[in-house]
Design a protein around this ligand. Structure first.
Ligand SMILES: Nc1ncnc2c1ncn2[C@@H]1O[C@H](COP(=O)(O)OP(=O)(O)OP(=O)(O)O)[C@@H](O)[C@H]1O
Length: 492
């Protein structure tokens, strides 16, 4: 659809801006052009739209150079949406959109046919521009103007849509609405899209392929996975960039770190926490956000949190929406649930075990509640167990260290191994299988790390951190289970 070979072009033949580019964009493809300021994106765009002459090489649109087409033929094939909104006359929105039909109109006195009007109406509905169709274009906001110009471009029913920063003036809702609409046209009408985009994350989500332009040359052409080359991006954009994965769409998303990140004030680990406890909940508050990995009812995943709560529920607690419950309990206590890892337990909270340890320079704190009425041997699949009694081990583990995301996972494994070992040593049995239990059916855990000091990528049993985790978790879980057994025995 768009074929570029050995393209050289720019504003003067002595100093071309585009220096030998090869690119083949297929029919129905969404192609994004990325690159820092001054890398030549607009210049390449102008070459593709025919605003600048090709100095060397070949540039074909549907198999012919752009000069091959008459103005009207070109307008039937290609619609262009640029950042420069240059409409000086007092047109209404509908009049502007109707200009998109001009290349399709026939006869000496061109007028809008029924088909033209139908297409205009359809596009106005899709672009949400119908409601101000009688307004003067000049009186619209930047974002509204952008949408009207997209409507005009789509009304053209082009084969190729060339977009220069199409979402420049748009808020988040309209950015996604516009790109969703373009994607829909790409899918249903095989529209070919060539778009300059500044937002790398938007490009990753919407483009089938993308190119990274630097100094008038392509550094990279490929699908969105090429955006995972953090070092290359950091070099080109001169910003610290980390590629993460979108939680829902399997595409990379890039996180930029500001140059002047203010380091959180270093507080001694022993003074970092405040502790509140009553019959209803335990609340540990950190003075600074901690990096967390957790399967808590709220605050799950890898995030940052300042509050850690364990709520008491009755043995018969049953709820369809425990997340909502915990969020409500937090709100009632003025604890921001977005910053909280929240768990629940039927264990008496006065039985909570708090262990603190210092091994060489490594400081740790474990806060554990344990009930083992629902102890389960996870390796036995034959029998299903329905939790009927107190049966949750909740572990909150705080570490004064700096762990990478991989080390957080590693640390979690270390803690689980230690919990299981504690259960084995106490001969906790799965009552259904009569074998040694490995955990309970609803265990929760959070590892919360201060990110103090140099980052370490390991927290397994071969490291001091891993051993420290193992040691403190073993001790705290053992004590919590013994406390639970004593209470159950006393109550029996
Ligand atoms: N009309 C012009 N005459 C001469 N040089 C120009 C002209 N327009 C742009 N340039 C130069 O061409 C180079 C590439 O500019 P271009 O506008 O293509 O970059 P860009 O990647 O679109 O940048 P931005 O992200 O800032 O829009 C720059 O060095 C710029 O100064």
């Amino acid at each position: 659809m768009i074929k570029i070979q050995g393209l050289v072009g720019g504003y003067s033949s002595e100093k071309p801006i585009i220096n030998g580019i090869d690119l083949h964009i297929e029919k129905g493809e969404f192609f994004a052009l990325l690159g820092p300021n001054g890398s030549g994106k607009t210049t390449l765009f102008k070459l593709v739209t025919g605003q600048l002459p090709v100095l060397e090489g070949e540039l074909l649109l549907t198999n012919h150079p752009i000069s091959y087409y008459s103005k009207l033929e070109k307008a039937k094939k290609v619609a262009v949406l640029t950042q420069e909104i240059q409409i000086s006359f007092d047109y209404t929105v509908e009049e502007i959109i109707s200009l998109g039909r001009y290349p399709h109109q026939t006869g000496f006195l061109k007028s809008l046919s029924t088909k033209d009007k139908t297409i205009m109406r359809e596009v106005m509905q899709l672009t949400n521009t119908e409601k101000y169709k009688d307004k003067q274009f000049r009186n619209l906001s930047g974002g509204e103007k952008q949408r009207v110009l997209l409507a005009k471009a789509l009304t053209q029913e082009p084969e190729i849509l060339l977009l220069d920063e199409p979402t420049n003036h748009l808020d988040i809702k309209h950015t996604f609405q516009m790109l969703d609409l373009i994607k829909e046209w790409q899918r249903t009408r095989s529209l070919t899209v060539f778009a300059i985009l500044h937002d790398l994350n938007i490009a990753s989500l919407y483009a089938d392929r993308l190119a990274l332009l630097h100094g008038g040359k392509f550094l990279e052409v490929g699908d969105s996975e090429t955006l995972r080359k953090e070092e290359q991006l950091a070099k080109v954009y001169e910003v610290l960039i980390k590629a993460e994965s979108h939680p829902v769409v399997p595409k990379p998303q890039l996180l930029m770190t500001p140059g002047n990140v203010e380091k959180e004030k270093v507080v001694a680990f022993s003074e970092n926490f405040s502790f509140y406890q009553d019959e209803e909940y335990v609340h540990i508050k950190s003075s600074a956000p901690l990096r967390t990995i957790s399967n808590g009812v709220v605050g799950e995943g890898i995030k940052w949190h300042k509050h850690f709560c364990n709520f008491h529920v009755s043995k018969t607690y049953h709820c369809n929406d425990p997340i909502n419950d915990i969020q409500q309990w937090l709100t009632e206590r003025s604890i921001p649930h977005e910053q909280t890892v929240g768990m629940m337990t039927a264990v008496q909270l006065s039985d909570v075990v708090v262990q603190k340890e210092k091994i060489e320079d490594l400081e740790l704190m474990a806060v554990v509640t344990a009930g083992v009425g629902n102890a389960v041997d996870i390796t036995k699949t034959a029998l299903k167990q329905i939790p009927v009694t107190i049966g949750t081990i909740n572990i909150m583990l705080f570490i004064h260290a700096h762990l990478t995301d991989g080390a957080l996972v590693n640390g979690l494994l270390s803690a689980v191994e230690a919990k299981t070992k504690a259960m084995h040593d106490l001969q906790i049995m799965d009552p259904q299988t009569n074998t040694l239990a490995t955990g309970t059916s609803t265990d929760a855990m959070v590892l919360a790390v201060t990110q103090h000091g140099e980052p370490t990528p390991y927290a397994g049993s071969g490291t001091l951190i891993g051993k420290g985790i193992g040691h403190i978790v073993y001790k705290a879980v053992t004590e919590a289970i013994l406390t639970y057994q004593k209470r159950v025995g006393l109550n029996a």
